[in-house]
Ligand binder design. Structure first.
Ligand SMILES: [Zn+2]
Length: 157
């Protein structure tokens, strides 16, 4: 695994342990070249998912993008990081077990909203309000950008 700090590919695993209720392995890694330390997660990938946007465009499912949008919606909420990891893994497992490799972006958004609604109302409202525009724009990066400002108290009713 390449060191994210210096690019050295010869890094060492210092510690491996189960995470997220045994659906992932968390590895602490060390880079002997620069002394950097970082963490990787190993997870089962049941199948390669493809997202179909409302424009009909297809792109590979990107767990990191999903995670980013959820973490932004969860910003400053009193939820354990571990709980958020579990939630994201749960969403991905649901997607992977849907029986289809091609999944409309709309379905993903709905599953995320459903999950957030059960866990944290504020995060749900943040996500859902931006998601409406997202469906029109169909642009995930824009979606993430719109989620970013902390406008919790600037509600327009
Ligand atoms: Zn390094």
């Amino acid at each position: 695994m390449r060191c994210p700090f210096c690019g050295n590919i010869d890094t060492q695993v210092k510690d491996s342990r189960p995470a997220e209720d045994h659906v992932a392995i968390r590895r602490r890694r060390f880079c002997p070249a620069c002394g950097g330390r970082f963490t990787t997660y190993e997870r089962v990938q049941l199948r390669d998912l493809v997202v179909i946007k409302s424009s009909g465009r297809r792109e590979p499912f990107d767990r990191d993008k999903l995670e980013r949008s959820i973490r932004i919606a969860m910003q400053k909420r009193p939820i354990e990081p571990e709980r958020i990891d579990q939630m994201i893994s749960g969403i991905v497992r649901r997607l992977e077990s849907m029986g289809e490799t091609d999944i409309p972006s709309k379905v993903i958004g709905e599953i995320v909203m459903e999950t957030l609604a059960r866990i944290d109302t504020v995060a749900y409202v943040r996500f859902a309000s931006v998601y409406k525009n997202f469906q029109a724009a169909d642009d995930f990066d824009k979606f993430v950008a719109e989620l970013r400002p902390a406008k919790e108290d600037a509600s327009e009713g």
